[in-house]
Design a protein around this ligand. Structure first.
Ligand code: WTA
Length: 653
């Protein structure tokens, strides 16, 4: 078993359980029997779930795994994803139901019904067609949480174009590499965004990113902050000029179940981000199914709020596709949780009577820090299900969430999944599972996940090892954009003999066989639920002229889960390595990747600990970063290096 972060060790001693109330269980969407059905005949189970969708042509076969690890689900089926998320609800008489209660950071609001959403998506689809966008073309979207972001994604889906959403906080360089990798034809952005009460530019960053970008033909700009932005008359067009003038009529075309839906870039163990590819029928089936059972969602009754950003997979699967396919009424909030005050989320929940709330442990811990008295000032009695995603949730945060937000009775569902899995894989079911603080517990009905040792053998109850997915699932990634070899190598080579998908997470079984996630076992860090690879930050650091070498580790952080700590060797004696130099390097990383990747701490060191084969021993650096006794140094090429580093740090050099 690989090293685990000591911050997670308290997980292993937690043994409280919270059985569901009889009242909740009586009305729950799922029952214990679903697990049996999922096990008895997996394909029949998924066929049943696919019936949640409206298909133009029914599939002839549930799963074709003959080209493993490239799966085909619902083979021969045809559907339109946007039709399933919007039009069919209008046709069924729910046109007046609010789809989106949008709340702008400055306090402006918009309520958008399904009928309006249908018109908006159709206009945007017509707009893309008018620019020559065709099925299979790629459209990059860098937008904050405004309704146009959702409309743009659905418009792409409607015409069979792939969207590649790039998080608004990514730097021009990061946007550019994603635009180039996918050869995006169109980029959709806004003039600027409201962040912590101020207008911050977006278009200016996009302009910088796209200088000389060959694939990009047009840039569509949503007006949000109203500030002046230069518009290139050849390339740039305002959303309101282009989209508002279009017809609200558009007939959706049915695409193959395996038609590509989107690419979403995520960090891997190398510096180059991977374009994770998802397709239509299987993806939509699993996001709709999981949204239905994991959140116990009742259309027309619940008000749902997932606080993620559409720049991440949680926004794709649990703001856009799953919820809308299930005819959700949901809150979408543009801003930060403490603008203009630290009770903003609770105020929104009170105002809209939110009943299902889905957020991340890092935010829960931040709320804890701000104080119990803040949520206590609001009426949160509408809440009936609470979700968590992005990193292991520590039992203290779990209990606080249940007590202070869920009034000691709302079930907490800790959902484990990844960009690659597309949808939730491991989670308790509210009303069915007796929940355990800190554990994601059981693979959902229809899903299989096991914990194995180094050789791929399942470990006994009480044992720890690696989490693998041993059976294909409908929303699984279909590859890495343009790199089939890397797809096989990254996910399928570690346990190739068994044919398991290796998730990159450490996990253990408790004595009941429930799964506890223990964090990444590779060089991927998890900072506030964002995946950032150590290599990515290292390459950004060494791209600075003063840096000779860099090593980056994720150190346990009480709020963000992990914090980025960098060790750098500076070139010659050009700089002194003082405060200013360090600050400059932190800003350099923010500029290269984005503010989320800014190291919490940079230590200037004379040497880095390496093995004889030249591999940096991050374990030892993590000991330093977490102020621990330094572990075993016997495999170091030069065992005095750690003394040098410690001595240098103590003397403040
Ligand atoms: C981590 C986010 C423990 C895990 C949906 C995974 C979690 C990575 C949990 C994927 C959880 C996500 N418990 N760890 N409930 N949820 N993770 O691709 O390390 O941004 O591999 O997808 O986040 O991050 P990604």
């Amino acid at each position: 078993m690989t090293e685990q972060s000591p911050g997670l060790s308290n997980l292993l001693t937690e043994n409280r359980t919270f059985p569901p109330s009889a009242e909740f269980a009586a009305q729950a969407n799922a029952t214990a029997e679903w697990y049996e059905r999922g096990d008895a005949d997996r394909e029949a189970f998924w066929a049943e779930q696919a019936e949640r969708l409206t298909w133009d042509t029914k599939w002839s076969r549930v799963l074709d795994w003959s080209g493993a690890p490239f799966a085909k689900w619902f083979v021969g089926g045809k559907l339109n994803v946007a039709y399933n998320c919007v039009d069919r609800h209008v046709e069924a008489g729910h046109g007046d139901q609010v789809a989106i209660h949008w709340v702008g950071e400055p306090g402006d609001t918009r309520d958008i019904t399904y009928a309006q959403l249908k018109d908006d998506v159709s206009r945007a689809a017509n707009a893309l067609l008018s620019l020559g966008v065709k099925a299979h073309d790629r459209v990059a979207i860098q937008l904050q949480m405004i309704p146009e972001a959702i409309v743009a994604m659905l418009a792409c889906a409607r015409i069979g174009a792939l969207h590649s959403v790039v998080f608004g906080g990514f730097s021009p360089a990061a946007l550019r590499s994603r635009v180039d990798d996918a050869a995006a034809k169109i980029v959709i952005t806004s003039d600027g965004q409201f962040r912590r009460g101020k207008a911050a530019p977006m278009k200016a960053n996009v302009d910088q990113a796209l200088e000389g970008a060959e694939s990009v033909e047009k840039v569509i700009v949503v007006r949000r902050t109203g500030e002046d932005v230069p518009m290139d008359p050849e390339r740039d067009v305002w959303w309101h000029d282009l989209v508002d003038a279009q017809s609200p009529e558009h007939t959706p075309e049915a695409f193959d179940s395996e038609h590509p839906l989107f690419i979403l870039y995520t960090s891997g163990t190398t510096g180059r981000p991977k374009g994770i590819l998802h397709t239509s029928g299987g993806y939509l089936t699993q996001v709709a199914y999981t949204h239905h059972v994991v959140f116990d969602h009742k259309p027309g009754r619940d008000v749902y709020w997932c606080t993620a950003d559409i720049g991440w997979v949680t926004g794709h699967s649990y703001i856009v596709y799953g919820p809308l396919a299930n005819r959700v009424t949901q809150v979408v909030y543009e801003g930060t949780p403490n603008t203009p005050h630290e009770g903003r989320h609770w105020e929104i929940i009170q105002n809209y009577k939110v009943s299902i709330y889905y957020t991340a442990p890092t935010l829960i811990r931040t709320f804890m820090k701000w104080g119990d008295d803040i949520p206590a000032q609001y009426d949160l009695s509408s809440l009936r299900v609470l979700g968590s995603v992005g990193e292991p949730i520590n039992p203290e945060a779990w209990i606080w969430y249940r007590e202070h937000i869920g009034a000691g009775k709302a079930p907490v569902v800790d959902t484990w999944w990844q960009t690659e899995t597309g949808a939730i894989m491991i989670s308790p079911l509210p009303g069915v599972t007796a929940t355990k603080p800190g554990s994601a517990q059981t693979p959902l009905p229809g899903i299989s996940a096991i914990v194995v040792d180094d050789t791929g053998k399942e470990v006994p109850h009480g044992g720890g090892g690696y989490l693998v997915l041993d059976k294909p699932w409908p929303s699984m990634l279909r590859g890495i954009w343009g790199d089939d070899e890397r797809f096989k190598e990254t996910y399928w080579s570690r346990f190739a003999d068994q044919g398991y998908y290796f998730a990159g997470d450490g996990a253990k079984y408790d004595d009941d066989g429930d799964i506890w996630l223990l964090g990444r076992v590779d060089d991927v860090m998890n900072v506030s639920g964002h995946r950032i690879s150590t290599t990515e930050v290292e390459s950004a650091l060494v791209s600075h002229p003063t840096v000779a070498e860099a090593a980056v580790v994720g150190a346990t952080d009480p709020t963000t889960g992990q914090g980025i700590v960098a060790f750098v060797i500076l070139r010659g004696n050009a700089v002194d390595g003082g405060e200013e130099a360090v600050q400059e390097l932190r800003n350099h990383v923010a500029k290269e990747i984005g503010p989320i990747a800014k190291p919490r701490q940079i230590m200037v060191v004379p040497e880095l600990p390496k093995t004889r084969s030249g591999k940096i021993m991050r374990r030892l650096l993590r000991d330093v970063a977490e102020n621990r006794q330094i572990g075993d140094v016997t495999t170091l090429a030069d065992s005095s290096v750690m003394d040098l580093i410690s001595a240098g740090l103590k003397s403040g050099k």
